[in-house]
Design a protein around this ligand. Structure first.
Ligand code: SF4
Length: 436
């Protein structure tokens, strides 16, 4: 039985799909990268934005239309919060929620073992997410196919309630994975030949609060570094106010901990942050950032920004723009506000006109481009610690530096981490030469 995966959304979803694929293979299914060969298709969905969900819907419709007879299993976040959008679509035979998706192998096997296809055409299982207070134990991921950088999930869910965010409704309360499992997984991925592991989750800054002894994120990082030899670690998105002094100290001295932080801001105006329900104001965010910069100089520094939040006035947008312009971010992820049914913000009035939002997004992305270009220029002449990622058809190697800069060089890359000396800016990165 051949299974094809299509995964939408975040690193945590990519990790979940990799784990699902591994457990399907271990229970006798075969994974295929070719849709036309598939007997079943698994769509791991994302509900953070309407656009992300629309894309998954469109894709499911396409499969149902072009591959009649292929079974479609829709799993994950959108099944928890918008199952109705998928239930009637042609070919959909399984709807499994955020926790239930990990029973995919079992459910598919039960289905196949049913005599003559008896039983309901559509099976739906979801809602356990609301009942789960603990991180459910699962097998560890032993390899991350086709990925230079492996993801290691350390936590799921979130206890915050930012007013625009659907994630807590889709993924439930914050649940930390036992650190022993994470250490074992990082070791397994290192043995499998991965040179980088991205510690990911939904709210990684809250790691350990629900575990005995409350091991913090920095304690976890120390444990993984102590238990591994050469794999480097990268942190996925973490709240700026949750980067503690121990983590900053580790970032400043551990060469195997990437000098790259993604610290979601969402907005730079105090009044909008308050309406978003974010747990800091611009001064507190800046103070947290200054603590990082005082120790790390100018690391790779990304953030998320939402434009067009309900009630966002021209003045509030300019406040946000100027606030961000003054901070040493090296790139911005800019999103137009997307109302998610069931979130408090979706009920707020005063959404700015579409044209105004489009213009605000355009300006923020332009600012991001400038910041990225400035940071690339800062790299010239410096020695970058990089890992190979891929090759262009021209044979040029594409690499990623620990500070998240993309770096290119001629010819093949040595295995593992190596040094490139940045010579000039090139494409969306720098052109470098191997240090002999
Ligand atoms: S911290 Fe806020 S934005 Fe992030 S997942 Fe939690 S509720 Fe959503």
């Amino acid at each position: 039985m051949k299974v094809f995966f299509n995964t939408f959304g975040c690193k945590t979803n990519q990790y979940d799909s990799a784990l699902l694929g591994q457990s399907l293979e271990r229970s006798g299914f075969e994974l295929t990268g070719k849709l036309e060969q598939a007997d079943w298709v698994v769509v791991n969905t994302c509900s953070v934005t309407k656009r992300g969900e629309d894309k998954a819907c469109q894709w499911v419709r396409k499969v149902g239309r072009e591959f009649p007879g292929v079974g479609i299993a829709v799993v994950g976040c959108s099944v928890e919060v918008s199952a109705g959008r998928f239930r009637e679509l042609e070919g959909v035979g399984l709807l499994l929620g955020t926790e239930e998706k990990f029973r995919l192998g079992e459910v598919l096997r039960e289905r196949l073992e049913r005599i003559n296809g008896s039983g309901p055409a559509l099976e739906e299982q979801r809602g356990r997410i609301g009942l789960t207070g603990k991180y459910e134990g699962r097998e560890i991921l032993s390899a991350h196919a086709e990925r230079a950088r492996a993801f290691v999930k350390i936590q799921d869910g979130c206890d915050n309630r930012c007013t625009y965010c659907i994630v807590p409704y889709a993924r439930g309360r914050s649940r930390s994975r036992p650190w022993e499992q994470i250490v074992a997984e990082a070791r397994a991925l290192e043995e499998a030949g991965h040179y980088e592991a991205v510690l990911t989750g939904i709210h990684i800054g809250g790691y350990g609060r629900d575990l005995a002894g409350r091991p913090s994120l920095s304690v976890l990082v120390e444990k993984v570094l102590a238990a591994t030899d050469r794999i480097r670690l990268r942190l996925s998105s973490v709240e700026a106010t949750e980067v503690d002094s121990r983590l900053i100290e580790l970032l400043s001295r551990e060469l195997r901990l990437c000098r790259h932080l993604h610290l979601p801001l969402q907005h730079g105006s105090a009044s909008v942050l308050a309406r978003m329900g974010r747990k800091y104001n611009p001064e507190e965010y800046k103070a947290a950032l200054d603590r990082v910069l005082d120790s790390l100089g100018h690391p790779g520094l990304g953030t998320d920004v939402i434009a067009g939040f309900p009630g966002e006035s021209e003045k509030e947008f300019e406040e946000c723009f100027n606030y961000i312009a003054a901070l040493p971010f090296t790139y911005l992820h800019v999103f137009p506000y997307s109302p998610r049914p069931g979130t408090p913000a979706a009920l707020l009035a005063g959404r700015p006109p579409v044209a105004a939002v489009r213009e605000r997004v355009r300006r923020m992305r332009e600012l991001s481009k400038k910041k990225q270009e400035n940071f690339l220029k800062e790299q010239l002449g410096s020695r970058l610690s990089v890992l190979h990622e891929s090759r262009l058809s021209s044979g040029v190697s594409v690499c990623r530096a620990d500070n998240y800069v993309r770096a290119y060089h001629r010819g093949a890359s040595p295995a593992g981490g190596f040094i490139l000396v940045a010579e000039r800016t090139w494409r969306d990165g720098v052109w470098g030469r191997l240090e002999c």
